[in-house]
Design a protein around this ligand. Structure first.
Ligand SMILES: NC(=O)c1ccc[n+]([C@@H]2O[C@H](COP(=O)([O-])OP(=O)(O)OC[C@H]3O[C@@H](n4cnc5c(N)ncnc54)[C@H](OP(=O)(O)O)[C@@H]3O)[C@@H](O)[C@H]2O)c1
Length: 370
């Protein structure tokens, strides 16, 4: 049994889940069958009750046909990764899933606390990062972000340990655009190159399978914006580092009914033409994962009625908002943060119906009729 998600494993999971969710709920991407709804683990308190809720929510999500799990080392001060690790342990021991069936993503870049905010931030930073030679204050941007090789290597090791894994399927640089607030674009490219070299070496060592960038503003801005990210440039750096066989394969950005930029903003150059992130990614063979599908729950209520007329067959606004994201051409998986098991059950019902038709999708963009 391999220690990462495989084509065979994810296809087996898809087949095994067919009485719960139809085959078209899974999309083949980077050789893996990925559920169109993914599990997010960002929000929530840093306490034991939330840890247990997340653990149980992950188990339930996997039972209901979700094989894409997203986290980051800093989420809930490492507690989300640890809860996911506990859930995976239960799923594997109970024979409800195997490692090769589940696609696990994590991120590094932000300074994570260890379970709770430290009493003294400076002492924590010095003891945890400076004394062991992992990072210096000069490596930091905005006092909280770092992507030097030594730091990323350390953070990846911590994530593996937190989740009890030997290999992570997708490892993202977390909001790398943060660096552009303080460093020049030239320096930024140098830092990206160093980070990609490290990540390529981690692929060779079998610690990760692919890597990418998980972002907030970077891909949703005009090219003139300070924190703008160009996919073509990033892929170019990956090619400089590892040629055509590079492993820069996945990006993540917010996409939802209120944040449609990935689809509508033509801010990415491909061979001299400007196009959207979704189209550019498709042309470059890069998988796109949507985050914040519910705009941090704000889209789970009071949606205009006409949205329900376009996204039919659903009972709640949360389901409609998720259906919009998973139906968007070019989105492989719509991440939804869900620590509440009732939310998992409500949201996974969407997977039972096909993505909305292109006609209805277009109607949605035409807006409400007078
Ligand atoms: N830059 C980045 O890399 C980045 C940024 C943002 C997000 N992400 C990833 O994307 C994931 C999703 O984004 P997100 O968690 O920020 O926001 P989200 O998925 O838009 O919303 C999550 C919130 O919605 C609530 N919710 C879930 N289902 C619901 C339902 N059916 N009805 C009402 N409320 C519901 C959740 O509550 P409960 O917890 O109580 O279930 C949680 O508070 C994250 O968890 C993270 O993995 C990445």
């Amino acid at each position: 049994m391999s220690n990462y998600a495989t084509n065979e494993g994810t296809a087996r999971y898809r087949e095994r889940s067919k009485d719960t969710v139809p085959h078209d709920h899974f999309r083949e991407s980077q050789g893996l069958w990925m559920s169109s709804i993914g599990f997010g683990s960002y929000l929530g308190n840093y306490d034991e009750a939330t840890d247990i809720r997340y653990r149980d929510a992950v188990v339930r999500a996997v039972e209901l046909g979700c094989n894409k799990i997203d986290t980051a080392i800093n989420y809930r001060f490492q507690r989300s990764e640890r809860s996911i690790g506990k859930a995976l342990d239960i799923l594997f021991k109970d024979g409800k899933a195997s490692r090769d069936e589940i696609i696990i993503a994590s991120k590094g870049g932000y300074i994570p606390f260890d379970g709770a905010p430290p009493r003294d931030m400076r002492t924590y930073f010095i003891d945890t990062f400076v004394k062991p030679g992992i990072a210096t204050p000069d490596d930091m941007v905005s006092g909280s972000h770092c992507m030097t090789p030594r730091y990323i290597e350390n953070q990846l090791e911590c994530s593996l340990k937190n989740m009890g894994l030997e290999c992570i399927d997708i490892y993202y640089l977390h909001n790398p655009e943060e660096q552009l607030q303080e460093v020049t674009r030239e320096e930024f490219h140098k830092r990206i190159k160093d980070a990609f070299e490290t990540l390529e070496s981690k692929v060779s060592q079998g610690k990760i399978r692919t890597y990418g960038t998980a972002t907030w503003n970077g891909y949703r801005q005009e090219p003139t914006a300070l924190g703008y990210l160009s996919l073509e440039e990033l892929l170019g750096i990956a090619k400089e580092v590892a040629g055509e066989e590079n492993h820069f394969k996945v990006i993540q950005l917010p996409f939802n009914l209120a944040m449609p930029e990935a689809l509508v903003l033509k801010n990415q150059g491909v061979d001299g033409q400007m196009t959207s992130v979704l189209e550019a990614s498709w042309k470059m063979g890069i998988t796109v994962i949507a985050s914040s599908s519910l705009l941090q729950s704000q889209l789970s209520k009071n949606l205009p009625e006409f949205i329900g007329e376009c996204l039919t067959g659903l009972e709640t606004d949360a389901q409609r908002a998720i259906q919009f994201v998973r139906s968007t051409p070019g989105i492989s998986s719509a991440l939804v943060g869900m620590s509440n098991i009732n939310h998992v059950e409500e949201n996974m019902k969407v997977a039972k119906i096909p993505p909305t038709s292109i006609d209805n999708f277009v109607k949605l963009f035409a807006g409400e009729e007078e």
